[in-house]
Design a binder for this molecule. Structure first.
Ligand code: FAD
Length: 440
């Protein structure tokens, strides 16, 4: 085989959060779609399973394998950008931060993004990574075409017109349909966003939730458990001029206070959980308002260096307020101590087969537990509330759901399974997690 394989010492892997580990038979670092195809054919011939891995930012075992791990570190180039159509093609291993830089150089931008930009383009779409938006949906919804290596080693280009079923299935597939080698995005001309960040009482946010999410292009809030306070974020397009935060203020607030200091505070809470409510009250009192105008990707994303575990559920948007009120009551009732805020975001209904916002306007409720603290009771209790509201778990964040649940939750689930059966009957791209979700 001409593809690179690593020495035995590096055949172990752990995800970003450190809660998933893998020991692989082989690690391949192909540098072309043809080398990916060779790797897949070779693995299949040896009876080994294959998993492509991105930046390892999923909390679920989505990218775990004991077979062949494909790292796309050598497949990260820009293939082309067409200004007339806005179509931009990046190789699958390109990190989102690199894509954003290259797009900015071309005067282009993605329409919407999640909170961070460390993921690869293919890993991000693989689990349906989303941000918050009134009318703009997930990153996968901005994809116009894919190049995929299938289980038989064939390299197929697909889009809404050519192999449409393959395209629909491969857009969000938890790595089960094939190895994506290139992603074509539908981009738009660069734009500025005005960010308005402001503390607000949680009762006010919940009372005004519909107004806040419909009056703003991108609305989200973080509620500090054990307190009556949230920090709200309203991002809207601006004609300019740019008014970015100074480098010093950005470093102080986004890197130092939001990561280093917050992590220190969470460590204190981990050592003395009974102090967490008082600590949260102090932290929420320290919140201050700020406003700035900057390039869209710089407003959408910020660094996250402190480690945590996360569960996130997508609910019908009208369930968000009652569900969050139930979560607040549950935290008190169960006497839990939660130091990291609950994040609430929105997305419009879309038609991607496995999108968590498929067919319904959606609100996302995300629950975090600081690294080293046991999340089990918090996540179990919160999950029960999410399930009572017809929730769909994020494919890359912790949950306990299995095949039958997803079959009922996703109207196009059977169509997805049919494509999987056709393209990967021997389950070359399966692991225990995907068997749990999609069946054997
Ligand atoms: C700090 C942090 C912040 C986050 N913020 C958000 C957020 O704001 N919004 C949100 O929705 N999610 C968020 N996430 C979750 C994250 O975006 C997803 O889990 C995403 O899938 C991770 O991308 P990755 O490149 O690390 O992929 P990995 O986690 O490595 O892989 C994810 C899946 O994609 C598959 N895959 C990877 N490459 C390919 C390929 N070339 N072809 C086919 N399949 C492939 C893998 O097999 C796996 O199933 C966050 C996670 C962390 C740790």
């Amino acid at each position: 085989m001409s593809t690179s394989t690593t020495a035995p010492a590096t055949r172990t892997w752990s995800n970003w959060a450190g809660n998933q580990q893998a020991r692989m038979q082989r690690v391949a670092t192909p540098s072309s779609p043809q080398e990916v195809a060779e790797t897949v054919r070779d693995a299949a011939a040896r009876g080994l399973t294959v998993k492509p891995v991105g930046s390892g930012h999923s909390f679920t075992p989505a990218a775990v394998t004991d077979g062949v791990q494909i790292r796309l570190v050598n497949l990260g180039r820009l293939r082309g950008a067409d200004h007339a159509t806005g179509l931009v093609t990046a190789e699958a291993g390109m990190p989102l931060w690199r894509l954003n830089e290259l797009l900015a150089e071309q005067g282009l931008a993605l329409t919407n993004m999640g909170d961070i930009q460390a993921q690869t383009v293919s890993g991000a779409i693989g689990t349906g990574t989303h941000g918050t938006g009134r009318s703009s949906a997930s990153i996968a919804a901005q994809v116009a075409g894919l190049e995929v290596v299938l289980a038989d080693g064939s390299i197929v280009a697909c889009n809404a017109l050519s192999h449409p079923d393959l395209f629909e299935a491969a857009r969000i597939s938890v790595g089960t349909i094939g190895v994506i080698t290139a992603v074509t995005f539908r981009t738009e001309p660069s734009f500025l966003l005005e960010a308005r960040e402001e503390p607000m009482r949680v009762d006010e946010v919940l009372d005004r939730f519909d107004e806040l999410r419909t009056e703003n292009e991108h609305f989200e809030f973080f509620w500090f458990p054990h307190t009556s306070m949230t920090t709200t974020k309203r991002n809207n397009r601006s004609a300019g001029p740019a008014r970015p935060l100074s480098r010093r203020r950005e470093w102080l607030e986004d890197e130092f206070l939001s990561n280093t200091v917050f992590s220190g505070i969470c460590r204190v809470g981990r050592a003395a959980p009974r102090a967490i409510p008082a600590i949260n009250k102090l932290s929420s009192k320290a919140l201050s308002a700020r406003s700035y105008v900057d390039r869209s990707d710089r407003v959408f994303t910020s660094p996250r260096t402190f480690k945590f575990l996360e569960m996130e559920y997508a609910l019908p948007v009208e369930a968000a307020v009652p569900a969050l009120r139930e979560v607040k009551r549950m935290i008190d009732r169960e006497n839990l101590r939660i130091s990291v805020p609950v994040e609430v975001r929105c997305a419009p209904a879309d038609d991607l087969w496995l999108s968590t916002s498929h067919g319904r306007d959606t609100a996302y409720l995300a629950f975090h537990m600081f690294q080293g603290m046991d999340q089990t009771r918090y996540f179990d209790e919160a999950e029960e509330i999410m399930l009572a509201h017809d929730g769909r778990p994020h494919w890359g964040k912790l949950h306990t759901r299995e095949h039958d649940y997803f079959a009922a939750a996703y109207p196009r689930f059977a169509d997805f399974l049919a494509v999987r059966e056709k393209t990967d009957p021997d389950r070359v791209f399966a692991n225990n997690y995907t068997r749990r979700i999609f069946g054997p």
